[in-house]
Write a protein that binds this ligand. Structure first.
Ligand code: FMN
Length: 96
């Protein structure tokens, strides 16, 4: 989706969900619980990132079919729900 910074990231995390593992127990509130879980995980990446003086960027805008195919998920029972790039920050050049 034109988010070119992902190409130069040191690593890209892709978090996937298997909804059934939540649904058998939590039923209709499963979607909310999955979203909250993903948010917690990514927020911890932001915190860890600060500790090692790196940069991260949560990514919610991506091509669903392409990312699922890339990491070989079926896109129905298991699919990516969130991404984050992570890596060194390249300092911007200061103006003269
Ligand atoms: C659910 C969610 C989806 C996001 N999706 C994108 C994205 O697709 N592309 C992007 O550059 N940043 C995305 N972000 C990152 C935000 O633009 C922002 O950089 C991040 O929340 C940190 O904000 P701060 O650096 O201003 O504190 C997303 C953030 C969240 C919480």
């Amino acid at each position: 989706m034109g988010q070119q910074f992902i190409n130069t990231a040191g690593v890209v995390f892709a978090w996937a969900a298997i909804p059934y593992r939540m649904e058998w127990r939590y039923g209709p509130v499963s979607a909310k619980a999955i979203a909250v879980d993903a948010g917690h995980v990514c927020q911890n990446l932001y915190l860890a990132c600060e500790v090692v003086s790196c940069g991260t960027c949560a990514i919610g805008a991506y091509d669903q079919e392409q990312i699922d195919a890339l990491i070989r998920l079926d896109g129905e029972d298991e699919f990516v729900i969130y991404l984050a790039s992570f890596g060194y920050i390249i300092p911007k050049e200061l103006p003269n």
